[in-house]
Design a binder for this molecule. Structure first.
Ligand SMILES: [Zn+2]
Ligand SMILES: [Zn+2]
Length: 446
């Protein structure tokens, strides 16, 4: 059946059903009818014209990576494309964030999220569209995420008259540790929103597959930095100095005990010191050493306990070595763990299976990685999933956060089609807003 005819049929059914059964969800559409939505959006997303356009956008963003809350050019590019599509948006939200709106302007509201920030690292992949900014790289695929959501925006706008509610397009800054989602949330972008979906590209899963799970999927996380100060001097006359290098080394060893000796072995946790800076000569002991790292746990209690113990262990162990330590957690918010809504997991599975086939919808194990999508999923029912991009015939893709990270651009139509289908079908299947507060409301931004 032609997609447009199908949508017309679905719309007619919707109008009929909503006039007869105003409080029930539209369960009368057959699974076969609903299955056409993702199948057709995937075929539209794979049209060479749309793919080339998304690839072009992704490469432009890749060449000009910007760190958290500095995504000015990226945000400008996104807004220029939304302008061309005639999609209204709100800006600035959390400095560089953009929130677009497609559909009726009325409930239900469903949100789709992409992140825009790059990492402070040097790209080592030699290719035509390598990062032009020294020391900055899209090493996590957020360039692809932004391009996919713009692709979805285009498809949604082309089918806006078929949307039975409003899709909110969230382009957020500062996912990589800055907590951009938290700030966007604080200014109310998810007010009256019934569900939010987010995705991440993954080189662990094959192209054409997706992976998700119900419940906790990613850990909560925090970051710390400590300056351990002693008294520098001649490396060959240690009796006259207070050695911060030895103190910091003992601090790092002591921090290992937090997980191995204090935490419940069944409650997964991580403490990693990933930064150690001190000294610059073979024969000079420095005045101070800076260490930094991250801690992870699934429960808020465990995360808070780790934070408190990291503070205690660093200051006390530094004191053993006659050093002074200042520990700083302040400039980075604690990320809660990312917890997928059970009902949305079931819903996601249905849509993804219709689009990709049963065997291409995979169950993933939780990871100790973290995502600030967790702030959104804490506020409203949320679902975060992986979109596979591994293609063994094209060689191994470099992993995320590595200078060799690469995106298989064949993933772009999958992401665009998943976003579009999840939002469109959500509005068809859940006609009644879930939150009582959103009934009868509309977005004044429109
Ligand atoms: Zn990342
Ligand atoms: Zn990422």
């Amino acid at each position: 059946m032609d997609f447009f005819k199908l949508i017309t049929l679905i719309s007619t059914l919707y109008i009929f059903l909503s006039s007869t059964t105003p409080t029930s969800s539209n369960s009368s559409l057959t699974p076969k009818e609903l299955a056409y939505v993702p199948v057709n959006f995937l075929s539209l997303a794979k049209s060479p014209e749309l793919v080339d356009w998304m690839v072009g956008i992704r490469r432009k963003i890749h060449e000009n990576p910007e760190l958290g809350f500095e995504e000015f050019k990226t945000s400008e590019l996104i807004r220029a494309e939304l302008d061309k599509m005639g999609i209204p948006y709100k800006h600035p939200v959390a400095i560089t964030g953009v929130v677009g709106f497609v559909g009726t302007g009325k409930p239900p509201f469903v949100a789709l999220r992409a992140d825009m920030d790059a990492l402070a690292m040097q790209e080592s992949v030699e290719w035509e569209h390598k990062s032009k900014i020294p020391g900055k790289m899209h090493g996590c695929g957020h360039d692809a995420h932004a391009a996919m959501l713009l692709g979805a925006a285009k498809l949604l706008q082309e089918h806006r008259h078929d949307l039975q509610g409003t899709v909110i397009l969230v382009f957020q800054p500062a996912e990589e540790g800055g907590g951009g989602a938290k700030i966007m949330l604080e200014v109310g972008i998810l007010e009256n929103v019934d569900a939010i979906f987010g995705l991440h590209v993954s080189s662990r899963f094959p192209i054409g597959t997706v992976a998700g799970r119900s419940g906790p999927i990613l850990a909560g996380s925090g970051f710390f930095e400590a300056v351990i100060s002693g008294k520098g001097g001649h490396a060959a006359i240690p009796q006259h100095i207070i050695d911060p290098i030895l103190a910091a080394s003992n601090v790092i060893v002591s921090l290992q005990h937090l997980v191995s000796r204090e935490a419940d072995p069944l409650d997964s946790q991580v403490v990693t010191v990933a930064k150690f800076q001190g000294g610059g000569a073979f024969n000079v002991i420095p005045d101070s050493v800076t260490i930094g790292g991250t801690f992870r746990a699934f429960s808020k209690e465990s995360l808070i306990k780790l934070k408190q113990r990291i503070q205690e262990v660093i200051t006390a162990q530094a004191a053993v070595h006659r050093c002074n330590a200042i520990v700083n957690f302040d400039d980075k918010p604690l990320y809660p763990s990312t917890v997928n809504n059970k009902e949305l997991h079931r819903y996601f599975g249905n849509v993804a299976r219709d689009m990709l086939g049963e065997k291409n919808v995979l169950e993933m194990q939780p990871l100790m990685g973290a995502e600030d999508f967790s702030f959104f999923a804490e506020a409203v029912p949320g679902y975060f999933y992986r979109v596979g991009m591994q293609n063994k015939t094209q060689g191994q893709l470099g992993p995320a956060h590595s200078p060799y990270f690469t995106v298989n651009e064949d993933v772009l139509p999958y992401g665009a089609a998943l976003h579009t289908s999840l939002a469109t079908r959500y509005l068809l299947e859940y006609q009644q807003p879930r939150s009582a507060s959103s009934k009868g409301s509309s977005r004044d931004e429109l």
